[in-house]
Structure formats: structure tokens, C-alpha cells
Design a protein around this ligand. Structure first.
Ligand SMILES: NC(=O)C1=CN([C@@H]2O[C@H](COP(=O)(O)OP(=O)(O)OC[C@H]3O[C@@H](n4cnc5c(N)ncnc54)[C@H](OP(=O)(O)O)[C@@H]3O)[C@@H](O)[C@H]2O)C=CC1
Ligand SMILES: CC(C)(CO)C(=O)C(=O)O
Length: 328
């Protein structure tokens, strides 16, 4: 068996990925909140279900509210972006410990490396959605393969991820992959404000027009900065705004893969908004806004989304009102 894996941030992604690795035989330690530990215990264990795979039940988890005793062989960084620095600063990791960030946004690996300079922090990317759908129950509601920085430190772990049916697709240029994922994540604030499940929101032309406008603005900024996002979808990233603006019947046909989403799936930002937690808007639209500013450009649409989602109590909006405000 490999050395222990520590999941830092036992929430949707941490429980799903860590739970699947534990089911495949890994020695997984979850670092998370007592409320989720208690919820899982009261439900009789962790239940993981999957749109396209078998379900897994784990009767007991190795759960900690702070760093476990011992030394990890791998850390999976699964807290929301705003918690990256503080979560890592609380662990005294031995020199060279690989830390794989499974977070959205383009800056978390850098922030993590700053907080734990002795660790070997690697960027990763999760393309699929995991939602908390019932007591002790998390569900993967869309598909796609995990991505990670190509690095010798991950070699000993590749077979385990394969066994867990979560193979790591290795990339030399994770920055291009992360920017491409960020473009897709520009739908997160739109989804959160809509109050709708992801699939229903994506099947509404007005909400899609909002996301298209954010994507078009971000693509202009990336172009100006010389960043070429990787291709994560059947169509190249540059075509995403046009795809989103298609009439719904045509969109349904051309975006069939993007729409392979369970009716219950919702974006991680919608979860945060519903729970009254801070959102990751600064790591998504905020990152595009900062890149624009560095190029001497404006990004008024990203700025608007940052303002709307940073309000003390962001209110759901109707699609046409948001469209108007975004000039979409
Ligand atoms: N959910 C999804 O479908 C997807 C999520 N992602 C990305 O994955 C990352 C994680 O998202 P997700 O799993 O949804 O987030 P969750 O909020 O479900 O999980 C994170 C958990 O970590 C806990 N936490 C925060 N700080 C600490 C700490 N110092 N020690 C222990 N626990 C801590 C949080 O508790 P508390 O809330 O109390 O702070 C929360 O329970 C994000 O960057 C997200 O964008 C990427 C793709 C899909
Ligand atoms: C998978 C996706 C794009 C949408 O659910 C996501 O990254 C998120 O919810 O944050």
C-alpha cells in the first residue's frame, strides 16, 4: 500500500475523490469539519454515487479536524480558493511532500506553494460536478477526466487513481488547462444567481447569453495576454460564446456532451450562495479582471459579477435583468 493520503478539505470534491481512492484500497485521512463528520456518521457512512459508474459505501472514515498524526505521501488540496493559504499554513508538511490542488481557478497552486514553500505543489483540475444530495450522500452528476501537472512526484500514485476509475490525465502546461476550465467556470456565477440546477439553467437561452458574454470578454483578455486556453470540449475554446448563443434546440444537439448532467447537479458556487458562504468569484471573474488590468484593459462584465456575488446577501436575478446589465 502507498503512504497515507491526506484530503485537506473534506467537502464535495475531497469526499468524492478521497472516498473513491479509499474504496480502491488507499489509506485516506480526511481533514474536515465536525458537522460533516457527524452527518456522515449519523447516515451510517459515506455514500458516493455516480452518473456513469458504480456506487460506493464507506462505513467508517479516518476523520480529523486538524493535521493527522504521521506523515502523508500525498495531499489532495480540496478547500475552496479563499481557504487555500490558511488551510496549508496549518499543516507542517515534510519537505518535498506532493500536494495536488484539485481546485478551480488559476492561482491556487501558487498560493499553496507560498503557504507551504517546503512542499511540492502541483496544479490539478476536476472537470466534473459533485453535489451534496442527501445526508452522507455525494453524487457525481457529470463526467470528464481528472487532470494534473506532469511530475515525477505523481508517478507512484497513477496506478491507484486508475484503480479508483479516476485516472489522472497528465499535462505539461496546466496553466492552459486551468484557464480553459476557468472559461467554463464563468457559468458558475450565472448558475448561482439563477437559482436553477445546472442543466435547467444551460437549457435557457437568456442565461446562456449571460455566460456567453462573460466568456467572450474573458477570451479577449486572454488573447491580449498571449494565453491560449487548452481544448477541453469538442469545440475549441474560442467557439464557446457562439455555441452558448445558439437557439436552444441547436445548442442541445451540438452541446450534447456538455449537457450530460444529472437534473440535480448544480455549480459549486450555487452551493456556496445557498449556504451563505463566501463564493469563489474572486478566483474566477476576479482573476480575469486582474489579468485585464495588467494588460491595461477593462473587463466590465467580470467586474459586475464580482460586485453582484460579493454583496453581503447576493439576490437571485432574472435572466433578462442580468442580460441587460451585462449588455449580453
Ligand atoms: N463541487 C464541484 O462540483 C466542483 C468543485 N471544484 C473545486 O473544488 C474545490 C473544492 O470545492 P468543493 O468540494 O465543492 O467545496 P466544499 O465547500 O464542498 O468543500 C470544502 C470543505 O473544506 C472545508 N475546509 C475549509 N478549510 C478547511 C480547513 N482548514 N481544514 C479542514 N476543512 C476545511 C470546508 O468547510 P467550511 O465550509 O466550513 O469552510 C468545506 O467543508 C473548489 O476550488 C471548487 O471550485 C471543481 C470542480 C467541481
Ligand atoms: C464542474 C463545474 C464546471 C460545474 O459544476 C464546476 O467546476 C463547479 O461546479 O465548480
Amino acid at each position: 500500500m502507498n503512504a497515507p493520503i491526506w484530503v485537506l478539505g473534506a467537502g464535495a470534491i475531497g469526499l468524492f475523490v478521497g472516498g473513491r481512492l479509499a474504496a480502491a484500497g488507499a489509506d485516506v485521512h480526511f481533514i474536515g469539519r465536525a458537522r460533516l463528520r457527524d452527518e456522515i456518521a449519523q447516515a451510517g457512512g459515506l455514500l458516493l454515487t455516480d452518473l456513469e459508474g458504480p456506487e460506493h459505501r464507506l462505513a467508517a472514515l479516518q476523520w480529523h479536524e486538524a493535521a493527522p498524526p504521521g506523515v502523508p505521501g500525498l495531499v489532495l488540496l480540496c478547500v475552496k480558493s479563499g481557504a487555500t493559504a490558511s488551510a496549508l499554513a496549518d499543516l507542517a508538511l515534510p519537505s518535498g511532500t506532493p500536494v495536488l490542488s484539485l481546485q478551480n481557478g488559476v492561482d491556487n497552486a501558487r498560493l499553496a506553494q507560498q503557504a507551504a514553500p517546503q512542499a511540492r505543489v502541483l496544479a490539478g483540475m476536476v472537470p466534473f460536478n459533485v453535489a451534496h444530495v442527501g445526508p452522507g450522500h455525494w453524487h457525481r452528476g457529470s463526467s470528464g477526466q481528472l487532470a494534473a501537472q506532469e511530475d515525477a512526484a505523481l508517478q507512484p500514485w497513477l496506478a491507484l487513481f486508475e484503480r479508483a476509475a479516476l485516472p489522472l490525465q497528465l499535462h505539461r502546461d496546466m496553466s492552459a488547462v486551468q484557464w480553459a476550465k476557468l472559461l467554463l467556470n464563468l457559468n458558475n456565477p450565472v448558475n448561482a444567481l439563477s437559482g436553477l440546477p445546472l442543466r435547467a439553467q444551460l437549457l435557457d437561452a437568456d442565461w446562456r447569453a449571460c455566460t456567453a458574454a462573460l466568456m467572450a470578454e474573458a477570451l479577449q483578455v486572454l488573447r491580449a495576454a498571449g494565453i491560449r486556453p487548452a481544448r477541453l470540449t469538442p469545440l475549441p475554446p474560442g467557439w464557446l460564446p457562439a455555441l452558448m448563443r445558439l437557439p436552444t434546440p441547436l445548442f442541445e444537439r451540438l452541446a450534447a456532451r456538455m449537457l450530460r448532467i444529472d437534473a440535480q447537479a448544480r455549480s459549486s458556487m450555487a452551493d456556496d450562495l445557498a449556504a451563505g458562504r463566501p463564493t469563489e468569484i474572486d478566483a474566477l471573474c476576479g482573476a480575469v479582471l486582474r489579468l485585464a488590468q495588467a494588460q491595461g484593459l477593462q473587463a466590465p462584465r467580470q467586474r459586475l459579477m464580482v460586485e453582484l456575488l460579493s454583496a453581503p446577501r447576493p439576490q437571485p436575478l432574472n435572466a433578462q435583468a442580468l442580460r441587460q446589465r451585462l449588455r449580453a
